[in-house]
Ligand binder design. Structure first.
Ligand SMILES: [Zn+2]
Length: 180
């Protein structure tokens, strides 16, 4: 039997533990755990993941997104249009897994690299979702638990999504083009 005061103590401990873990973390490439950090955060996703990515070739990160999708998490991605022609882009991989990415053709480069997880955790930095970014490039990656900041990124994501086209068959492009 747990006394009320003990329950309160447990609750307090739980809250303090949550606060202690909810801190911004930073990782640096090469081989500084960026990919692992992203995969870990994606593994915790419960409801939604919004991705904005320039180059995307990391199989590990693509797999983590697909695993999240299989758990019932809503996964949405905007990619730079170069991913349509990149031989090793994760675009097809995602598409085949039921996550049809949106392609942003509006800018010379869609240079964003961020993810918003459950509207609560923001992942961003110079780190592209590629193997080279993990193993050889000099990059940084921040994991920021900040719902307000996530909200700002989500607004930006939505804005871009309005002029994107689906990465799929040509006939599907007709509708999205009219949105410009
Ligand atoms: Zn855009």
């Amino acid at each position: 039997m747990i006394l009320p005061s003990m329950r309160f103590a447990f609750l307090l401990l739980f809250v303090l533990t949550q606060l202690a873990t909810a801190q911004t973390k930073v990782y640096f490439s090469p081989k500084g755990g960026c990919t692992e950090a992203i995969v870990t955060e994606l593994g915790r996703a419960k409801s939604s993941v919004f991705v904005a990515s320039f180059t995307f070739t990391s199989t590990e990160i693509a797999k983590a997104l697909i695993d999240a999708k299989k758990r019932g998490v809503r996964v949405s991605a905007i990619l730079d249009s170069s991913n349509e022609t990149e031989k090793y882009s994760a675009a097809t991989f995602l598409q085949n897994a039921g996550i049809p990415p949106l392609m942003d053709h509006k800018h010379p480069i869609f240079h964003n690299k961020f993810m918003v997880i459950d509207g609560a955790t923001l992942i961003t930095g110079s780190f592209n979702f590629t193997k080279a970014a993990e193993t050889s490039n000099a990059e940084n990656l921040l994991v920021i638990p900040d719902a307000k900041l996530c909200g700002q990124y989500l607004v930006n994501w939505q804005e871009h999504s309005k002029h994107c086209e689906r990465y799929e068959r040509k006939e599907a492009k007709a509708n999205s083009r009219t949105k410009k």
